[in-house]
Design a protein around this ligand. Structure first.
Ligand SMILES: [Zn+2]
Length: 502
């Protein structure tokens, strides 16, 4: 099976792919090994390539030709689906007046730059006018999307990051998260047994951590001919091509687990790309995969594999051999330490249980932002109040409060909720996988291919030809239900914290 497009369109896709490949390569190079002084030059090259790509993609004659082509393609075919996606994106750009678009891009660059400074200086007032301006421009820009029907603008933002998601669907989702997890997390804190996780903050030489990472990557059966690992300030995955995934991690001397879980998480993204049907390469069916879909795969690996007892059982002997400091920590104690839950202020450092509440908080706030209802003067207070209400902690600086994340300074409304949604998709997929294969046995005995094979067959190969909600429903035989996620968390953490059944 392979996608067949008319030659003019094939060529259009290939040229666009070349431009985006070159830019992604420069981006990866800058973030990993490029010497600092070379960055201004390579940034200029990237920006020229970006402009050329934009011109090529949005050339009016070409766009008209594609719109004609769209009508010739049979409804329901994958080719039609691909072209529909592209025409939608192109229509958005076509509809936006040049000054609105230019103003949005400028505001975004400015806000991104100022955000760094504001976070470093713990100065919300510095950032506030830029954030306010960017959000109003972002809202204005989004109104030109062909998907905006004059009703709910936040729906348009949400759909951009996870196709077909709406505010109504997310409201229902987060209602479950709030109802099930807020009281449960409070209970864990109050009634849970104490767990000493001192090994997790012990200092280990980065060189040794890197060596152990090789052990973990071998265990995961990472194909080094198709995946390269680098180190960056913030871990990411870049999909250069079907056979070229760049993942990165970050080593902290005093946070042994961080680099491992980051690598496992990013490998989850990469694996998804590696196992997509190759026919989708270079098409919107590959590149338009939702962020929620993607997070479902990275979090599947991170949470259901990387934090599991079976995973650590398989790697325990090697851990003790390379890190004799762990020799007095039993396997059970190790797994307990890895899964400790402690409500905190920083999203990226959150444990598996409290993580979705960090997202809930951002979701509630950005809903009001998208509707232009938020009071930016009070934003830090609104943020702090929600942390206190949901997690029982209150930030005392802006940097560990409302300024901590980069997303809003990029104008990304609607991105955050995909993180929690992805975790929930992962939980339902895992429940089904457990019914079909012995996951623990596969992990204990080092047969990662059993798990990745299942993911390929049931999830990955579809790429963006189906939404993750459709895939979850197809795989599990029932619609997506967030209770699989909350039940999984409550079961896992009740056991870990020895809570009585209630
Ligand atoms: Zn991710």
């Amino acid at each position: 099976m392979s996608l067949r497009f008319e030659p003019f369109y094939e060529e259009y896709l290939k040229k666009l792919a070349a431009y985006s490949f070159a830019q992604a390569l420069i981006y990866t190079d800058q973030a990993t090994v490029a010497p600092k002084k070379g960055v201004p030059f390579s940034s200029d090259q990237m920006s020229i390539l970006g402009q050329e790509e934009f011109k090529l993609a949005n050339d009016p004659e070409m766009v008209a030709k594609i719109e004609e082509y769209q009508k010739r393609l049979p409804e329901g075919s994958l080719e039609r689906k691909e072209v529909d996606m592209r025409v939608n994106d192109l229509a958005h750009t076509k509809n936006v007046p040049a000054d609105v678009y230019g103003g949005f891009i400028q505001a975004r660059n400015k806000a991104g730059y100022i955000w760094h400074e504001a976070k470093e200086k713990n100065d919300y007032e510095l950032f506030k006018p830029y954030l306010k301006d960017l959000m109003s421009r972002s809202i204005e820009f989004m109104k030109y999307s062909p998907k905006y029907n004059g009703n709910n603008l936040y729906d348009v933002f949400l759909d951009a990051y996870e196709p077909e998601m709406t505010e109504a669907k997310y409201d229902a989702f987060f209602d479950v998260i709030k109802e099930e997890l807020v009281p449960f997390i409070a209970r864990v804190q109050k009634e849970g047994r104490p767990i000493n996780d001192s090994m997790m903050s012990k200092t280990f030489d980065v060189k040794r951590q890197e060596q152990f990472m090789n052990t973990i990557m071998d265990y995961l059966q990472v194909d080094r001919d198709r995946v390269a690992l680098g180190t960056t300030e913030h871990p990411f995955t870049n999909f250069l091509s079907h056979n070229d995934m760049r993942i990165t991690t970050h080593y902290y001397p005093d946070r042994f687990l961080s680099a491992i879980l980051s690598t496992v998480h990013e490998y989850g993204h990469a694996l998804y790309g590696l196992q997509m049907d190759e026919q989708f390469e270079g098409t919107a069916l590959n590149t338009n995969v939702g962020s929620g879909a993607h997070e479902s795969q990275s979090r599947f690996l991170e949470n259901h594999i990387g934090r599991s007892r079976a995973f650590w059982q398989a790697n325990y002997d090697e851990l003790i051999r390379q890190f004799p400091e762990f020799k007095d920590v039993s396997l059970d104690e190790l797994v307990d330490q890895i899964n400790v839950s402690r409500p905190g202020l920083i999203r990226t450092e959150a444990d598996e249980l409290t993580y979705p509440l960090h997202i809930l908080i951002r979701y509630e706030i950005e809903k009001d932002m998208a509707e232009g209802k938020i009071d930016y003067d009070k934003l830090p207070e609104i943020w702090a109040d929600k942390y206190e209400q949901y997690l029982g902690v209150r930030p005392h600086t802006y940097s560990e409060g409302v300024l901590q994340d980069v997303h809003w300074s990029d104008g990304y409304l609607g991105y955050f909720p995909t993180y929690a949604l992805g975790s929930a998709y992962a939980a339902q997929l895992y429940r089904q996988m457990e019914k079909e294969i012995d996951v623990e046995e596969a992990l204990r005995t080092g047969h990662m291919e059993t798990i990745t094979g299942w993911l390929k067959e049931n999830v990955h190969h579809y790429a963006g030809s189906m939404t993750m909600a459709e895939i979850v429903e197809k795989v599990s035989g029932e619609p997506f239900d967030p209770h699989y996620y909350t039940d999984y968390l409550k079961e896992k953490y009740s056991k870990l914290y020895a809570l009585d059944e209630q």
